[in-house]
Design a protein around this ligand. Structure first.
Ligand SMILES: C[S@@+](CC[C@H](N)C(=O)[O-])C[C@H]1O[C@@H](n2cnc3c(N)ncnc32)[C@H](O)[C@@H]1O
Length: 236
């Protein structure tokens, strides 16, 4: 059944609200620890990019904390799930609380003035947004000239045999693991579907260039199951 934008948003929010406390654990087990390395690589690339930083679809601050580890500077961490933000706060040390500013809002309608942020990051969030192009335009709007947008997102492996194995893992094994750990199989079936529907890297690159980003590069991680994109806004 096709959902409209509002229904899709409510569905996504409900699903993430339900798995909050087990979110990091399923990531760790499901990716065999790779997810930690993916976020670390992103954090290293963003070590010297312009500030302030806005981490979109931050969940329980998973990427925000990886970024903070590499550079102690204020990070605005935005998610529309209050449950995620509340749970994320319980993970923070006193020092980390000083640097992370949680914002509860919709990533598709950002509550910020144009040209506010030097760097925007979004890890495993873009796939969940109802209108991806509109959201990317919104990201472009709040970035300062020469600002940087970093996107980490799932993709499908290029090598045929590995793609087959991965699709089996994604559609059969992961929903079972998710059910076992969180009690919600549907959330992980949704994950598998959303990965398959997400545009391939070359297509996303074209969309980013169309929106106005001056330079877009991407790199595959772990045989292409994840792609890291870096888009730079031109001087205005
Ligand atoms: C897969 S989690 C990613 C969490 C984190 N970035 C990470 O690195 O693991 C996706 C997050 O996006 C949030 N989200 C989905 N749609 C959103 C929207 N329209 N606005 C804000 N947050 C959204 C969900 O609540 C969830 O916490």
């Amino acid at each position: 059944m096709e959902l409209n934008e509002i229904e899709h948003k409510n569905f996504v929010k409900k699903k993430f609200d339900l798995i909050v406390k087990k979110y990091d654990l399923v990531n760790l087990i499901g990716s065999l620890g790779q997810d930690y390395l993916w976020r670390k690589k992103v954090a290293l690339v963003l070590k010297k990019t312009p500030t302030p930083i806005l981490d979109l679809c931050c969940g329980p601050f998973t990427l925000s904390l990886a970024l903070l580890k590499e550079r102690p500077c204020p990070i605005f961490a935005l998610d529309f799930s209050l449950e995620m933000l509340f749970y994320g706060k319980t993970k923070l040390s006193e020092k980390e609380k000083y640097f992370i500013y949680p914002v509860c809002a919709d990533a598709e309608i950002l509550p910020f003035k144009s040209e506010t942020f030097g760097t925007l990051s979004i890890a495993f969030g873009l796939r969940n947004l109802s209108n991806k192009e509109k959201a990317l335009e919104e990201f472009y709007r709040v970035l300062k000239p020469e600002g940087v947008l970093a996107i980490l997102e799932f993709s499908l492996p290029k090598v045929f045999i590995f793609k087959k194995i991965y699709l089996f893992y994604l559609t059969k094994y992961l929903p079972l693991l998710g059910k076992l750990l969180t009690g919600d199989k549907e959330a992980y079936q949704y994950l598998a579907e959303s990965i398959q529907k997400f545009p391939p890297p070359e297509e996303l690159k074209k969309t980013l260039l169309k929106i106005g980003f001056k330079e877009v590069i991407y790199e595959y991680f772990t045989l292409g199951i994840v792609t890291f994109y870096l888009a730079i806004k031109g001087k205005s």
